[in-house]
Design a binder for this molecule. Structure first.
Ligand code: NAD
Length: 426
């Protein structure tokens, strides 16, 4: 790792997303005169499970992995949130992401609380067999907490529908019957929902369109840069390209590619699956992630990982709109700079909520054993996203504040009201 790269990793870790999410919750609670006891409940997680478990590796050795399942708050319904496989993931990351899930479910008004799971491991260097053994053991360890009525995981960074199928299978083996509703983001063959794979990306595309309307930018004329080309980034790039946007830059962990005339997004997807990265794609120039974030474009979609827009690079952002496909991609320092520079930010808890909305639809379909058509899923997703976007926009205009603060206000109001009506407070 070069010195520059090392300092970036250090910086990423110095901006602890948990501390920043807690500070934001505190500030919004104060602004709204939320009682102290409720503020105190919102800033910490209700249940935290740490598991250290062995996995037999392909070379016969035994390795111990550490995993987490964190439930932030279940006042409004069962906890819901993804499972991340990433070498650097920490307990605080999982806590922050769980808190964001509570707020996200509340912003789009679906009856879930927030949770997150994680295992510190590197799926890029593990075989499918190793990943399956790790997943099944981790699923057994956290089966104390998960279940269709209590806590429903889904994919996040480093996990996918195959991982969800293994979790569903492990959980079902122990129950003695198939429990489809224990996880979402599953393959269609075992209770997955049509439209779930693209849902987070579609939701981001819808937000980009609605934000564009505020600034007089039409998607069909817009230029776009997307950081991250995994499940979310590739779906965002695809749906925006289908709306007529010119996707001029895309990156992944290894670097990015740029073409001012627009990239062939479908071709890039096929290429990156074979080559393992977007770099060296034909008809495009290689660029760094720093250069991608600073591209002159209408819409920037950070869809990789947290702390990518920071105090040291926020001033270089030239996009007019930022749609946060990733969770917590913007540090508080960067948020202030971007707001001062007049950039319209659609915050993570609204922008990337399409995934949890269609996960909710998947859970409903599993519980009812009655499955919807793709157009029904997409139409309902659009209704939910449009409603939430305009509720947040209305609050931001009325309160003369940015959309992140407005989204936190909407979410905290809903969770706090639910707590009070349940009579848990004080
Ligand atoms: P993924 O593992 O499928 O893809 C992650 C992508 O980001 C990959 O292309 C990877 O190469 C890239 N990346 C990782 N680290 C990077 C770095 N330091 N710089 C540049 N690129 C980097 O993950 P995903 O499911 O697409 O999730 C991406 C983000 O979206 C995360 O913040 C996740 O929490 C959030 N999110 C995901 C979903 C979902 O349904 N999967 C829903 C809501 C939010």
């Amino acid at each position: 790792m070069s010195q520059g790269e090392e300092s970036k990793v250090l910086e990423r870790k110095l901006s602890n997303p948990l501390v920043e999410v807690q500070k934001k919750i505190d500030a919004v609670c104060q602004r709204m005169d939320i009682p102290e006891g409720i503020n105190a409940r919102l800033r910490i997680c209700e249940r935290e499970l740490i598991v250290n478990f062995p996995v037999r590796m392909d070379d016969g050795t035994l390795k111990v992995f550490t995993g987490y399942r964190i439930q932030h708050n279940d006042t409004r319904g069962p906890s819901k949130g993804g499972i991340r496989y990433h070498p650097d993931v920490t307990l605080d990351d999982a806590r922050a992401l769980a808190a964001l899930m509570t707020l996200k479910a509340a912003v789009v008004n679906i009856p879930f609380g927030g949770a997150k799971g994680a295992v510190a491991c590197d799926p890029e260097i593990m075989s499918q067999n190793e990943l399956e053994r790790l997943t099944r053991r981790y699923a057994s360890e956290i089966s104390l907490l998960i279940g269709p009525e209590s806590d429903i995981p889904a994919p996040d960074v480093g996990t996918n529908s195959q991982v969800m199928a293994w979790i569903m299978d492990t959980y079902s083996m122990n129950k003695g019957y198939s429990v489809l509703g224990v996880v979402t983001g599953k393959p269609l063959e075992v209770g997955g929902s049509k439209g779930r794979r693209e849902a987070t990306g579609r939701g981001c595309m819808m937000c980009a369109g609605m934000a564009g309307e505020q600034l007089g930018i039409k998607l069909k004329d817009a230029t776009v840069a997307v950081q991250g080309f995994g499940k979310v980034g590739s779906a965002v790039a695809n749906s925006l390209a289908r709306e007529g946007c010119k996707v001029i830059g895309v990156s992944d962990v290894r670097g990015g590619v740029y073409n001012p005339r627009g990239l062939d997004v479908e071709g890039l997807y096929r290429y990156s699956r074979e080559a393992g990265s977007v770099i060296d794609f034909k008809d495009a120039e290689n660029i760094t992630n720093a250069e991608l974030l600073a591209l002159a474009c209408d819409v920037l979609v950070p869809a990789a990982i947290e702390n990518q827009l920071r105090g040291d690079n926020a001033a270089s952002v030239k996009a007019k709109i930022i749609v946060e496909g990733a969770n917590k991609p913007t540090t508080t320092e960067a948020d202030n700079i971007l707001n001062e520079n007049g950039i319209l930010i659609v915050p993570d808890i609204l922008a990337n909520a399409g995934g949890v909305v269609v996960s909710y639809f998947e859970w409903i379909q599993d519980l009812q054993a009655f499955f919807w058509s793709e157009s029904e899923v997409n139409q309902r997703l659009e209704e939910v996203m449009a409603h939430a976007f305009h509720e947040v926009l209305e609050i931001s205009q009325r309160e003369k504040t940015d959309m992140r603060t407005a989204a936190y206000m909407l979410a905290i109001d809903r969770v706090a009201s639910a707590m009070m009506i349940r009579g848990i407070y004080p």
